[in-house]
Structure formats: C-alpha cells, structure tokens
Write a protein that binds this ligand. Structure first.
Ligand code: DSN
Length: 414
C-alpha cells in the first residue's frame, strides 16, 4: 500500500482536528449522560482491517465469500453478550439505537399498530413514539407520563394500557433517573396481551454491572446502544427470547440493514469482554455513587432535581428557580469546559430548543477516575459558573481550575 499514507502524513487537517478533539476531551469535564470514553482496546478494534469486509447474513449463512474469520468475530460477540445479560438470543448487527428500535418495531408490528411509550419531555426517547420521528409517523403511539413527583406511577401506566390496549409496551428512557419496575411492566403487558420491549440504551452498563435490575428475564425484546454506560464503540444490539430470534434477525437483515459493520462488531466484542471483568462492577457502582453525590450536592445548593434524586447515572435539573434556561446553562458551562445537554423537564412550559432543565450524567467522569471528592469540586464549579454566567473573568478562572483538575485524571494520555 505504498500509495496510501498514514493519516498524519496524508491529511494533516483531519489529523490536527482529531488531536485537538482529543485534547479537548482531556482538558474538559464530560457530563453528557449518554457519552463515555471507549478504551484503547475498543478503539483499536474499530480502526482495524475488519472495516474492509462485507458480510450480509449471519455466521455460517453469508451472502459473500471470505467470511470465515468474520463469523468467528460475530459469534464471539454474540456469545459474550448473551453471557453478560443472561439472554437467550442476541443480534449484534444493529448500527445504532434508533435503527435497532426500528428493527424491533418491524419485527413485532404492522404500520398503524398501537404502542405505548414514555413521552419525550417526560424522559422518553424520540424513537419511543414522538410525532416527528419515524416511530410516531409509522405507528400509533400512545404516551404515558411521569407523575407530579417526577416518577413513573405504574398504576397510571396500567390505566392507560387497559384503556388503549396496545400491541406493545415500551419501557426505557433517555432522561429519567429512577430504576424501572420491569416486572410490573410485564404484568401490565400480560394483562392486555401486549409485547414487552425494553430500551436500555442508557443503563445497559449499569445492568451488566449488576447495579440496576434487568428486564431480560421478563421482557420479550430488549435493545441497547453500546457506547453509553457500556463504554463500547458507537453501535447497538438486540436481545430477545429464543421464540423471537428469527423475526428479530430478519428485521435487521434483510429488513432494515445491509452489511454489518464488522470492525464495530469486533469492538463490541471487546467492550463485552471488558464488561464481563470484575472491575466493571466496581466502575458501575462508582458511576452511581458519583451521580448520587452530585445530585445531593446540587440539592444542598438549592437546585431542584426532577424526582428528587437519582438511582442511576443521570439527573435532570429543573433550573426554573435559578432563573436560567437549560440553553443558557449549557452555553455558560461550555465556557468553563463542562459539557452538559439542555433537557426538557416534565410538562416543560418552555420550548424544546430553550427548555427549563439540563441533563447531567457521570459515566464519563467515572471512567477517567473521578470519585466523590472530584464530583463535589465539579458541582461547585458548575454552581459558581451558573451564578456568574455573564462574568467572563470568573468563567475563565474556573476553566483554568477545571483544566488543572482534569490533568490529574488523564483519559488516554497516561
Ligand atoms: N442521544 C442520546 C442521548 O443523549 O440520550 C439518545 O439518542
């Protein structure tokens, strides 16, 4: 390959931008609840020759030649994933969270079928039935909500399910900080004859690490991304009961997708192996300890947390009593080198682009080694920045302190 050069010698612009982004990640505090830092081993697998292969089909049944090694890679990923979650069947080809969910709907539903999902501004995900998303356009979604206290009231879910008689009930979220009662969801679904679908994209790592309860024993089908608390490559998977294996596999290929991304499948296998190590449990416990510490500190500082706390890796802060919008908070924190995502709060009176809250999560800072002491420092920095959001001098002083703190917890540059 003499005519093909390395990145640094062929494309200095992209090389430099990657270097800059790596430095930004090293110097700043990442609190976006859905982000994490994949290990060097995961990144190496992603940047491998497996990128070059086409392998439509499944191990032993491919539509292209030369797939014997890819079959071994995919089989390893499947076996590790089944072991991690105690699942009967696993599909590791889903390219990302929304396509995985689309495949689940395709496997179980006809267009127009009725489905029950958590409303977006109550913590749900776009692909759980929002009107602008394919899910809300193709299927007849009815939405359930959190109660006044910010927690899902299972009796209310039951009432909606009995009234609407959906064909499927979706449990899962993007911005909800409480553990879900999977068993109760299953009981309700059985009462109305609905399929059960859990989207565990945010909490897959915490479930794998034994820190949160798992829907796998109860639910018909479970989807997840692989790059959030699970700390793998960007991608997804689907787990299901053996009786649904064929329909799930067919919905992914040939239903939704063409060739799987084999380099990502390899990286998923590496991430699953990492999550099977005893240290991963300790990592997950620390994610939750860090989130609880942060939520308590925020409340002590007069912030309102939706639902009054957290059981998992995230919290949504209702900023209305601080007279700052989620967008303003996101922008002010960007100036001190802290990334968060603005978020709606339940029944948000403000528009989605300028919602009343921010969502904050601890998976990434925990990966780089932050424990309670650093979490308390980060929380105080955030509070100081929000109180001085228009004072550039204060903001730049905080940014320097954050850089100094981060330098003690390198991600890749050990
Ligand atoms: N973008 C992801 C999140 O932030 O939760 C979900 O799609």
């Amino acid at each position: 390959m003499e005519n093909i050069k390395s990145l640094s010698s062929f494309d200095q612009e992209i090389f430099d931008l990657i270097e800059k982004e790596t430095k930004r990640q090293e110097d700043e505090i990442e609190l976006i609840a859905s982000e994490n830092y994949a290990s060097p081993a995961v990144l190496e697998a992603m940047a491998s020759s497996l990128n070059n292969k086409y392998s439509e089909g499944y191990p032993g049944k491919r539509y292209y030649g030369g797939n014997a090694i890819i079959d071994d890679v995919e089989t390893l990923a499947i076996e590790r994933l089944k072991k991690l979650f105690g699942a009967e069947h696993a599909n590791v080809q889903a390219l990302s969270g929304s396509p995985a969910n689309a495949a689940v709907y395709m496997a179980f539903l006809e267009p127009g079928d009725k489905v029950l999902g958590l409303k977006l501004d109550h913590g749900g995900h776009l692909s759980h039935g929002h009107s602008v998303n394919f899910s809300g356009r193709l299927y007849n979604f009815v939405q359930y909500e959190v109660a006044e206290n910010g927690v899902i009231d299972m009796e209310k879910v039951r009432e909606v399910a009995l009234k609407e008689k959906p064909k499927m009930i979706v449990a899962g979220f993007s911005a909800y900080s409480r553990d879900l009662d999977w068993k109760k969801f299953k009981e309700i679904a059985d009462e109305v004859g609905a399929y059960t679908f859990a989207d565990i994209a945010h909490i897959a790592g915490l479930i794998a690490g034994g820190c949160l309860s798992s829907p796998v024993p109860y639910f018909d089908v479970v989807s997840s991304t692989t790059h959030k608390t699970l700390r793998g490559p960007r991608g997804a998977f689907i787990l299901c009961k053996e009786q649904f294996a064929k329909q799930i596999d067919r919905a992914i290929f040939p239903g939704m997708q063409g060739g799987p991304h084999d380099h990502i499948t390899a990286a998923k296998a590496v991430a699953f192996k990492e999550a099977l190590q005893p240290e991963f449990k300790i990592y997950c416990q620390q994610i939750i300890k860090n989130a609880k510490t942060m939520a308590e500190k925020f409340m002590e500082l007069g912030y309102e947390i939706v639902s009054g706390g957290t059981d998992n890796h995230l919290m949504v802060i209702d900023l209305r009593n601080k007279n700052i919008s989620g967008l303003e908070a996101e922008k002010a924190l960007e100036k001190i080198g802290v990334s968060v995502s603005r978020s709606t709060i339940p029944n948000d009176p403000a528009p989605p682009m300028r919602p009343s809250g921010v969502r904050i999560g601890t998976p990434a800072i925990t990966t780089r080694g932050f424990e309670e002491q650093e979490v308390l420092m980060a929380t105080e920095f955030i509070d100081l920045a929000l109180r001085n959001k228009d004072d550039e001098k204060v903001l730049s002083e905080i940014k320097e302190k954050i850089k100094e703190l981060c330098s003690k917890f390198p991600i890749y540059k050990k």
